[in-house]
Design a binder for this molecule. Structure first.
Ligand code: BES
Ligand code: MN
Ligand code: ZN
Length: 501
């Protein structure tokens, strides 16, 4: 889908999208459209229950007197509340509606309402971002009913008083969208196709060409490093476990300490010998959502040539039951030297992260390390599907992540860590166990486990993204069904706001 910016009143022949504030008063371009169509817009408002609330849409097909094939009137809500995220949601909603409708072209002519604090260029760039993010498809495995699913919308024009400004803001935004799409592709890909090795190959091909250095460690190398926690998880799989290491060096000073992102990359989580139920296993191809987010973030940073040194470390495994699989009761030794009693092979993400976190810290001495993982079902009990869980040993870092999430529509909510919780993972025979034995505070216990693999003085944050990495249905306007690509935008924003120099 092609996206461009143009001066106002350059509407083409396709769909024309105009806006009205809450209360139903038409913004200037909408008032124009009403005039050229002989007052049909106002009549349509009167005939429907349109009040201008966000998300409301009235659509006129083939309006008489207008050269547009349809006029879409979108509610923008209260002018003061119309911010960049509201603009994105509006554009996403409209694109979802027009995407496979037969319409080929759409022009957004949403005027900035009086009272909004946005600048024209910001509005235009965010309309474009919402449109772009919602225009994602994953149709590669369909062989029938393609006409139902194939997009018809090919061209979007966003009109603005500040075309140059919009283009300047769009350049980095489109790079971020590219990272989000890359992450979504990885999450959506079925697990028979996306093995750990295949994930690593795709990352290598996709990222190397942007100047990212990509190294892939196999089982032999990880064994030498002592990564017994990660390797134990992959032990029951026919497929080789991999550690994917990505480095983007964009800072002015080559020796500037990097920021580090670590991802859980369980390409399929059957639970292992602590087998999940049939229903519980569905969707577990997405258990590499953290790894996808980290990979997509590195791609985005490189694509927009971010002035930062960044590393991504991703532990890729498949968690399967087998005669060679890890057993409940096994004790494994992690790269850090600490031993872990594995009492439930389905609490595998923390085992993978234990070694990936240790590797990232000891090899790169990063400014901070943030891990992302679809780690616990319990995070959905606590926070539902709206917020990711945030855990951190550093208030400044936590605040920055919280703010970045709010800015880009990937909100997070912080949960506590503490000594009392840490006691929950005391083992009778090893340094720790990988489950608690109660149903209390499951997400916090998992975070406590991870914290045992964070070095003294190392700023660290953990994002439990089990509730947000994918969606059943289309609850979030920015993404179609399934892989959301959650994490790319928040991490990119965090870097852009604080770590570029
Ligand atoms: N990958 C799952 C967590 C998960 C569950 C993500 C549902 C998305 C949707 C993780 O590996 C897991 O199985 N966690 C267990 C931990 C338990 C055994 C302590 C869980 O949440 O039940
Ligand atoms: Mn599991
Ligand atoms: Zn898992």
């Amino acid at each position: 889908m092609q996206l461009s910016f143009a001066a106002p009143s350059t509407a083409g022949s396709g769909a024309l999208i105009v806006g009205a504030t809450e209360g139903g008063s038409l913004l200037p371009a909408a008032a124009d459209a009403d005039k050229t169509s002989g007052g049909s817009l106002k009549r349509a408002i009167a005939a429907s229950r349109f009040t201008g609330k966000p998300g409301q849409v009235v659509e006129l097909l083939a309006p008489a007197g207008s050269k547009a094939s349809r006029i879409v009137l979108a509610g923008i809500g209260k002018a003061e509340a119309f911010d960049s995220m509201a603009a994105e949601k509006l554009a996403a909603k409209v694109v979802a509606r027009l995407f496979t409708s037969g319409e080929k072209e759409a022009t957004f002519a949403i005027d900035l309402p009086k009272g909004s604090k946005m600048k024209p260029a910001v509005l235009a760039a965010h309309l474009a971002m919402g449109a772009r993010l919602r225009s994602y498809t994953f149709n590669k495995y369909r062989t029938r009913n393609l006409e139902e699913h194939e997009p018809t919308l090919q061209r979007i024009v966003v009109t603005t008083r500040d075309v140059a400004g919009a283009k300047r803001l769009w350049a980095p935004a489109t790079a971020v969208a590219q990272g989000v799409f890359f992450a979504r592709d990885l999450v959506n890909e079925p697990p028979n196709v996306l093995s750990p090795a295949e994930f690593a190959r795709r990352a290598k091909t996709g990222l190397s060409k942007l100047g990212i250095k990509v190294d892939v460690l196999g089982e032999a190398e990880m064994k030498k490093l002592g990564m017994g926690a990660l390797l134990g998880v992959g032990q029951g799989s026919e497929r080789e476990s991999q550690l994917l290491v990505m480095r983007w060096n964009g800072a002015r000073r080559k020796d500037e300490a990097p920021v580090a992102f670590v991802g859980k990359g369980v390409c399929f989580d059957s639970g292992g010998l602590s087998l999940k139920t049939g229903v519980g296993m569905i969707g577990m191809k997405g258990d590499m959502g953290g790894a996808a987010a980290v990979t997509g973030t590195l791609l985005a940073l490189a694509a927009r040539k971010a002035r930062v040194n960044a590393v991504g470390v991703v532990g890729l495994v498949e968690n399967m039951p087998d005669g060679k699989a890890q057993r409940p009761d096994d004790v494994v030794k992690s790269m850090s030297g600490q031993t872990i009693e594995v009492l439930n092979t389905d609490a595998e993400g923390r085992l993978v992260l234990a070694d990936a976190l240790w590797y990232a810290q000891t090899r790169f001495k990063p400014k901070f390390v943030i891990d992302l993982a679809t780690l616990t079902g319990a995070i959905m009990v606590a926070l539902g599907l709206e917020n990711a869980g945030l855990f951190s040993n550093d208030d400044t870092l936590a605040k920055r992540i919280f703010d970045a999430g709010k800015e880009v529509g990937e909100p997070v909510w912080r949960l506590p860590l503490g000594e009392a919780y840490d006691k929950m993972i005391k083992s009778k025979i090893a340094d720790m166990k990988n489950i608690t034995g109660t149903t209390h505070a499951g997400s916090i216990a998992a975070a406590q486990f991870l914290q045992r693999f964070v070095q003294k003085g190392q700023p660290w944050a953990h994002l439990d993204i089990a509730g947000v990495a994918w969606q059943d249905g289309e609850k979030k306007p920015h993404a179609p069904e399934w892989g959301v690509g959650w994490g790319v935008r928040i991490l990119d924003r965090l870097v852009a706001d604080h770590y570029e120099r």
